[in-house]
Each structure stands twice: as C-alpha cells, then as structure tokens.
Design a protein around this ligand. Structure first.
Ligand code: PEP
Length: 251
C-alpha cells in the first residue's frame, strides 16, 4: 500500500510572530518545489498561526496547531478551541503530545475528548503516542502504546484522514533516536491495533509518523521502513535547511 508521507514541524513554544513568519518563508524557499510527493506542514504557537498562515498560503504547506480544547467555547481561561483554529486557517491539530501529557496532566480521557471535538469540527488530527524510558525498560512499550491508541480513539466511529505520531518520550529532544527497527516494530503494532478497531482497509490507509530526534542524517533510514509514513519534527524543524533536508528524505 502506497501512502503519502506526511512531515510536520512542531515549533513548540519557540519564535515570536515575526520570527515564525521568517522561518516559514525560509522553509518555503529551502524546500522549493521539492515536496510534491508528500504532505508538509508547520505548527507554530497559537499567536503566530494567522500570520504564519498568510506566509504559507502561497505555498502548499499545511498549518497545524499544537493543542486545542475539547469544548467550542466557554469559561476556559487561556484555552483555544478547535473551531477557532479552523477559523484561523489550521487544517491539522497535534493532540496528546507527550509534553502535554507530562507537563499539563493530559490523560487518555482528555486526549480522547480533544480528538473527538477536533474531528467533529472538521479539523484533522495528529494523535501522539509513545512510551517513556522507564516503560520501555520495563518491557511495556506495546501495552502503553496500545492503551494510548485505543484510549485516544475511544468512541470514534471512523478515523478518516487522522494521523498517528509514534514518539518515544525518551527520544524527544534528547538526541537519542529509536533505531529504524525499534520504530518499525511499534509502528506495525499501531497499525495492527487500528486494524482491530477499524478494519484492515482503514489501517492500510493510516499514516503513522515517527517523531523523536529526527535529523537530516537519520531521516531517510527511518522513512524507508514499511510502516513509517513521515515524521513529526521538533528541534530540527526550527532550522529551515535541516527541515528541508528531512522533507526531501520523506518525499
Ligand atoms: C517532538 O516534540 O514532537 C519532537 C519529535 O521533538 P524532537 O524532534 O526535537 O525530538
């Protein structure tokens, strides 16, 4: 099954609005026409979404948000809803990133509510899953990832174009990358889990990104694995040349 690779740059809590616009222009200039074979996008901070969206409008990058709330509006000080993100030009939202789970107490139940709301509003989702170092060393990677996938998708009738990102927590921002074999093993497990839930056709179409210290030097090897369909890129996405090199490896 030939799936279209998808690469997204998660800019996290970095860059002002002006810096975000500058990076978006630099990314477009660096990758040029080099991404027709795959889907590429960036996820700036909330405040930089609209302005960054204007910069990438002429190119064909998609705009993603890094989080959303599970209600459309109301008394939730400091929060942003999926409906607002859609109106700001986003087509994707990253949900359940390990930093959200770790630092902001997001459980599978909260992640699931967010996924449901985003899909309901017509926003596509990148659902992040991944085990900690302790969990990997304890031999429970498969259990954790399966629980996160099932929990995140609980009660969702069809996944449509939803994307899953496998991001081992021990590989995020640490410079340690999972070997392509380690990543492939978990990606295959995720696909089997989705097949169990939604059937083999949906599982065959599902794109599963790898995330965790992807760099120009390791991207091609990771993306060559049969169940790895692109990457969710943190640190390296803040450098236009590095991000473009990763995009080229995926396309
Ligand atoms: C991430 O946070 O999604 C990520 C993969 O970060 P990094 O590439 O820096 O490890």
């Amino acid at each position: 099954m030939k799936r279209r690779n998808i690469v997204a740059g998660n800019w996290k809590m970095n860059l002002t609005v002006a810096e975000s616009k500058e990076l978006a222009s630099a990314v477009l200039a660096e990758i040029g026409e080099g991404f027709s074979g795959c889907e590429v996008g960036v996820a700036p901070t909330f405040v930089a979404l609209s302005e960054t969206g204007k910069v990438i409008e002429s190119g064909s990058l998609f705009l993603a948000a890094q989080n959303c709330h599970f209600e459309n509006d109301g008394a939730y000080t400091g929060e942003i809803s999926a409906r607002m993100l859609l109106a700001a030009g986003c087509s994707y939202v990253i949900i359940g990133h390990s930093e959200r789970r770790q630092f902001f107490g997001e459980t599978d139940v909260i992640v699931n509510r967010k996924v449901r709301k985003a899909l309901q509003e017509g926003l596509n989702v990148i659902l992040c899953v991944g085990e900690t170092l302790e969990e990997r060393e304890g031999g429970i990677t498969g259990d954790v990832v399966t629980r996160q996938v099932k929990g995140g998708l609980d009660g969702i009738a069809g996944i449509g174009e939803l994307v899953i990102a496998y991001e081992p927590v021990w590989a995020i921002g640490t410079g340690k990358t999972a070997t392509s074999e380690q990543a492939q093993e978990v990606h295959a497990l995720i696909r089997r889990t989705v097949a169990e839930l939604y059937g083999t056709e949906a599982a065959d179409c599902l794109r599963i990104q790898y995330g965790g210290s992807v760099k120009p030097s390791n991207a091609a090897e990771l993306f060559a694995m049969p169940d790895i369909d692109g990457g969710l890129i943190g640190g390296a996405s803040l450098n236009a040349a590095d991000f473009a090199a990763i995009v080229r490896a995926a396309c």
